[in-house]
Design a protein around this ligand. Sequence first.
Ligand SMILES: [Zn+2]
Length: 559
Amino acid sequence: MKKQNSLKIIPLGGLGEVGRNMTLLEIKGEILICDMGLRFPEEDMLGVDCLIPNISYLKGKERNILGIVFTHGHYDHIGAVSYLIGKIWHPHLDIFASSLTRGIILKRQEEFPNQPKLDIEIVKSGDRIQLGPFRVEFFRQNHNIPGNLGVFIETPVGPIIDTSDFKFDPNPVNDLPTDFEKLKALSKRKILLLMSDSTGAEKEGHSLSEKTIEQNLEEIFKRSPGRIIAATFASLINRIQQMITLSEKYNRKVLIEGYSMKNDVEIARNLAYLKVKKGTLIKNKELAGYPDSRLTILCTGAQGEGRAVLMRIINREHRFLRFRKGDSVILSSSVIPGNERTVQILKDGILRQKAKVFHYKMMDIHAGGHAQQEELKEMIKIMKPKFFLPIHGQYSMLVSHAELARESGIPEKNIVVAENGQIINLNQKGILVEKKTVPSNYVMVDGLGIGDVGEVVLRDRQMLARDGMFVIVAIVDKQTGQVRGSPDIISRGFVYLRESKELLAQTRKKVIEIVNRAAGSGEAVNWSYIKDEIRNKIGQFLYTRTQRRPMILPVVIEV
Ligand SMILES: [Zn+2]
């Protein structure tokens, strides 16, 4: 297989993980980027705000990037733009997105003032654009945010498809049902490669229609005597729409609470993706003017996110909202793996404050936005691709999806389960993963720092979080090499100093011994050796006495 005439597909994120989606398509040195997403950190990545793709492969190739296409406005597809665009931007870079996706990207850019001003061209289903050797055609896909576009790309080796996140929904919210005729029309053009969303590949059957969700939510509206407080993700515009529609039907006013949700609602409303009657939305000052039975509060925090509205209400830290008897609290989002514990704390907290809780495990009040096994097989059957590459998902999801492709009749040799950083070569004859890889490790964002928090910093933070820190300050006489007075000890998160006088006295004694022995010989003093000695010996000593390993920071001052 000739590599130079092949299309290279390079996933920089989203394979072997949920989130951080970003894929490069490259042919003869010309590059097209699809999505630039972020991912939220794992519990042990202390203090890290988010994880973004590593784009060092693009260094020096900036001018060869023809453009970026965005499929939809979820952060796992657009969230890394603010951190990465400055590194690859040039005046001829073409960027394309639906109007809602564009609105969400530009709104987020406002929080990053020192960035190039992005000129994003609005595209809609059916639009075609030419970017060098790539002819891109957008098509509508149902998901749980409007303005979601799959991409069909005519390349010199043949047509390929990126499905974007999708599900087949016969009764979607604010959107038309899946256009199967359109999908069939695309498939007639002999799809060489299908890249399809794997997030739901381990779930049997068909995803729930938004119609079912709406009926179940309506039951709660019928039965609730007091306020309805509904929490979901800010970007789940479709769920927000359902809550607003039901509130209007049951004569409730709606208060939107939470910065990101207010933003997203405003963007979607301005672009007519969200239908709200005049007078439905109220401000917090107006709350008192309505009885509980006429109020709905929509807010963020269904995952128990620490800074989100719901957690602040539970902790009685919210400016004006408290739970009370009669409230019905709806948690309408599936629990992201790893968040189970915080969601449990959330539920218990709400119940302790005498409000009722409804969550998706009790009834279907949340549908995921992703196709499940039956839909995934249907997509493969419609597209009849020669080659298949599962994208978006944990490794096990990719493998499940590959299995579905086999069941759907794609020969095993034509299916590739790839990982981030691999280079997949594609042409009419075959699909081949190169041995060589490109960097694709996590780049961690913490505050203003991008990538400066690496493995070492993270390990330090984990150590500090586990056993705390222990600072020893010793003042040493330059002339004699002996410790002057008694070393100072500062400790955080290790032991309570006042109750550990004995331990501290012994530690001080040991420090004096170590320094005096090493520095008192009259020869030139190697201070870094002495610091290492303190770190090791005191570390061992503290461990034998406490079975803890605090981070030890020796400070030696010569006077
Ligand atoms: Zn999505």
